[in-house]
Design a binder for this molecule. Structure first.
Ligand code: ASP
Length: 438
């Protein structure tokens, strides 16, 4: 049994968290590969080390000294080292790093990668595991994508000993320079390690006991989703739930490795298990897996008599939008009318030009714009082929006096998406949660 474990920033924030991790790792012999983030926030007003590193780089670029910020970074790691009584010379490496920073002789990517690097050095010493640098196995191609084959082969080669700790977030370019993933990218490193080693599970340890069924800022104390498929997760994340870095899923899904989200602060909680599919059904009455959504969409609605018999109307509308680089999220239609729905931020800069061009090229009878629209998605694999579900959902919303502005459901029946006014957004989510989850 091999479990690849990744610990996020809040799990790495201070010595106390390191101790929790040690207990977690030591409690299961399968946990032999550990991927770590840079130290995150210890409390709400604290700083993430990665943010401070970006700040240092920006300061030096503008010729402003960053001694104080740099000191905040080094003291955090030294504090962890001293509290855990580790014999590790960090001072020499910090001094070397500062020298290069002052001389502007370090790239932004390399500098910000040091958060993960020092985390991994400390954690390896604390666990008594081997430190494997990410540059020795995460290999990028020149186009910035990961060279999976080379990466997988390299990790297998460097892996020795009873356990390893490796930094997340960065790897090596073919020219020998360090490159980072986008923010939150340690999730990807963990997924790549799990895929490279054909792990039995990829455990992603964070500070919540799994993916929540709804946003806790809207619903009080929402339940954790015990099981979710990769497809459902994709729907949930696309529609607004912030879960994992989007590049995380692909490597583990490809190898059919389950992904388990766990809580470092509550290690006995089972968390959320993510798989391609689940065989049994522990809770047949619950047909909604999660509820999510986003505010601030704009609907362009146009009608034209006889449109259903006219070829190319939708194409013409989409071509205008494409010309302006606007991607359409939904396009519900009637017989002689169609709406296109997109984030307001995407259409706002070119709204009047787009309207003018649609007017000219499509010649609709009416063309209206509605904004302040929120999109809500009820996601659930168990909704498929079960009659009456959308009826129940819309009845609940109707009873709560929530006006539905748009409805959209894909043929895979994995979700029901509807639009409401921004002002009804939180209410709609609460109504769904209270009616169908609780
Ligand atoms: N430390 C990086 C960040 O804050 C990467 C990560 O933690 O996943 O984005």
């Amino acid at each position: 049994m091999l479990k690849v474990t990744k610990f996020g920033g809040s799990s790495m924030a201070d010595a106390g968290q390191y101790r929790k991790i040690k207990e977690i790792v030591n409690s299961d012999r399968g946990r032999r590969v550990v991927v770590v983030s840079a130290a995150g926030k210890r409390c709400k007003d604290d700083h993430k080390i990665t943010d401070l590193l970006y700040l240092c780089h920006a300061h030096t670029q503008y010729g402003v000294d960053c001694d104080r910020i740099f000191e905040m970074i080094t003291s955090r790691y030294i504090e962890i080292r001293d509290e855990l009584d580790l014999k590790l010379d960090l001072e020499t490496e910090f001094a070397e790093l500062k020298k290069r920073l002052d001389a502007k002789a370090i790239s932004q990517d390399e500098l910000v990668s040091r958060g993960e690097y020092f985390s991994a050095k400390l954690m390896a010493a604390f666990l008594g595991f081997q430190f494997v640098d990410a540059v020795d196995w995460i290999k990028f191609k020149f186009d910035g994508t990961v060279d999976q084959e080379a990466t997988y082969a390299a990790l297998k080669k460097v892996l020795k000993g009873k356990g390893v700790v490796t930094p997340g977030f960065y790897g090596l370019m073919p020219d020998g320079n360090i490159r980072t993933f986008t923010r939150g990218g340690s999730d990807i490193t963990g997924a790549l390690a799990a895929a490279a080693l054909d792990a039995d599970v990829y455990e992603n340890w964070t500070d919540v006991s799994g993916i929540l069924m709804a946003d806790p800022r809207i619903v009080d104390d929402p339940m954790v989703i015990p099981e979710v498929t990769y497809d459902e997760l994709r729907e949930l994340s696309y529609s607004g739930a912030q879960v994992l870095h989007e590049g995380t899923i692909f490597p583990v899904r490809e190898k059919n490795i389950p992904l388990n989200i766990r809580n470092t602060n509550a290690p006995n909680d089972p968390g959320t298990m993510i798989r391609e599919r689940f065989s049994g059904d522990n809770d047949p009455d619950r047909f909604i897996t999660g509820i999510t959504g986003k505010k601030d969409f704009t609907i362009l609605h146009l009608s034209k008599r006889g449109m259903s018999n006219e070829v190319g109307v939708l194409r013409k509308i989409l071509t205008v939008l494409e010309r302006h680089g606007v991607s359409v999220d939904y396009a519900p239609n009637g017989i002689d009318s169609v709406s296109v729905v997109m984030p307001s931020a995407a259409i706002a800069p070119c709204l009047y030009t787009v309207l003018g061009e649609i007017q000219q090229e499509v010649k609709p009878d009416t063309l209206d714009v509605y904004d302040q629209i929120a999109v809500v998605a009820a996601v659930g694999r168990k909704m498929a082929f079960r009659p009456g579900i959308s009826g129940k959902i819309f009845a609940a919303l109707g009873q709560a006096d929530i006006n539905i502005r748009m409805i959209n459901q894909g043929p895979d029946e994995l979700n029901i998406i509807f639009g409401v006014d921004n002002k009804d957004f939180a209410h709609a989510i609460r109504v769904l949660y209270n009616s169908f989850v609780k």
